[in-house]
Ligand binder design. Sequence first.
Ligand code: ADP
Length: 644
Amino acid sequence: MNNDNSSAQEQLRATINHAPVAVAMFDRQMRYMAASARWLSDYEIAVPFHGRAQYELFPQLTEQAKALHRRALSGETVSQIDDCLERNRRAAKWMDWTAQPWIGSDGAIGGVLIWSEDTTARRRVKRDRDLFMSLAQSSLDFIGMCDASFKPFFVNAAGMRMVGLDSLEEAMRTPVEAFFFPEDRDCLMTQFFPRVLREGHGEIEIRFRHFRTGEALWMNYAVYSLAEVASAKTSGYATVSRNITRQRQARQQLVEAQRRLQAIMDAAPVGLSYSEDRSCERVTGNAALFAQFEADRNDNVSASATDAQAVGRQMRFFRQGRELADRELPLQRAVAEQREIGPMELEVALPSGRRWWAEASGAPIRDERGEVVGGVAVTVDVTERRRAQDALRDADRRKNEFLAMLAHELRNPLAPICYGAHTLSKGVKNPQDTQRLVAMMERQLAHLVRLVDELLDVARISSGRIELKKQRLALADVIGQAIETIENRIQSAGHALILAPSREQLFVDGDCVRLVQVFGNLLANAAKYTDPGGRVELLWAREGNSAVVTVRDNGIGVEPSMLASIFDLFTRVKEDIGKQREGIGVGLALAKRLVELHGGQVEARSAGLGQGAEFIVRLPLAAPASGQDPAPDGAAMEAGALRR
Ligand code: ADP
């Protein structure tokens, strides 16, 4: 070995010791001659290594590595990629290395130089990257990344399929904006992305455009800004977005179904209510229900509401006169008892004071497992039906009373007629007696005929078969004729009849016979329901376009609660036993209907029992005839008729 050569070898060793890469020099027995600091740190060699064999330091080296070393020693340059260096109880290291022979001073191969690169960290990064890639590629969501100028550099396979892109190259040629519909772009670029930039992330429901079909895909577009590790500057954006077209359609269908259901419910003429909780704390329903309960659409109409101020808590419910607790109501019972509750009639008292009759039934709502999760109720307002039933019962009762009364009223005149007939048949000597008997029989017969006529009139009016023979009538004449019909009664009862005629002559269009009947009835009642020696007043005057006729007495009067019903057919106010006056409860009903047929109204007033009564008839005035003399009605009547 000459000096030059040995110094060259020394130089090589020195170079290797200071090389900035991992390199080591071995002799033919693979003993260390030199190693760079990087080699020592990569292979974690802390012990003195000079002259020690590589295989002694690393007994775990594989036969394959040793074979390669041998090949290098025989002159080849060999490489090993991804060589795994097992380490005791620690993760293996990965090395790429190249071994090449070095030539000694004698021209022969003196050993090998091994250049090595620790690829463990790079492999880890690659492995992580591969993992992320496979995650991204296997995801069914749209995963994409773009740079800060919105040029995509990654779109996963599912994403490309979703929007109809054929390749990553095509995706990379397509700016982010193009993924959206033109009308959405402005908001996206001017508002959404700046927000992502500010806040680091953002989420929006927006449509992606399918590049092939042009169809809209509703996406939940979640975007994150990508920051450069070193500068923390935004280098682009990443998105993991989900196709929610189906969910949106389902949501839309649900909303539409709900709207349809609400429309059907609101069109239903019955109250529909439902609760979606098992304690029925919140109850809502359709328009008819809110109308029934005088509530607003947002009110909680639950009688079981925990909030004492809730509208439902202000309602009260009664059944057969007993107030019900909320748990006894059909909806609450249906949920608690988990069964249908059949229709029950309830009386509802509203906070406004209005009371109405409801027929309500309830049923539970179950979920798909059959568990009761709430309830529904149907509430029908049956107030009218109840009223009709009551009216029917009332009418039936009155009919029975009427039949009894009629029998009685018919028998009264029949008894004297029978007596007269019997007496006459036996032969009466005295012609005066005969005359008296016949006159009595005629009077009773007339009474019978009047009764039957009135009944027939009522029947005719009820079936609409009465026809008025209307003509222009001087009201004073009509009233005069009516007075004639009751003069006898007034006189025999010893009443004073006081007339207060109109100052001007009044004309009405009417049926004379019928109007005489109306005023005759009112005057007859005044005479009848006033104890002997009373006072009957008859006043008539003009009020606007009406003639107003008042028949007033100071008789037994009418209890205010009865004032409206005395005009009902067959209604009579009960008097003390023995005091009941004759009558069948038809006169006022007849008078009212006749007045109404003339386009007028009749009204009764009384301050109460014993306070007298007043009946007021209003009739429309006839249009003035030309050349009519406006002489006062009083002038048309005989002075003697004014005061008796
Ligand atoms: P009737 O007199 O045959 O009973 P109406 O129909 O004429 O039948 O009258 C109905 C009821 O109204 C009477 O039964 C009576 O109780 C009451 N009534 C009518 N007129 C008067 C009056 N002037 N004063 C007090 N009560 C009256």
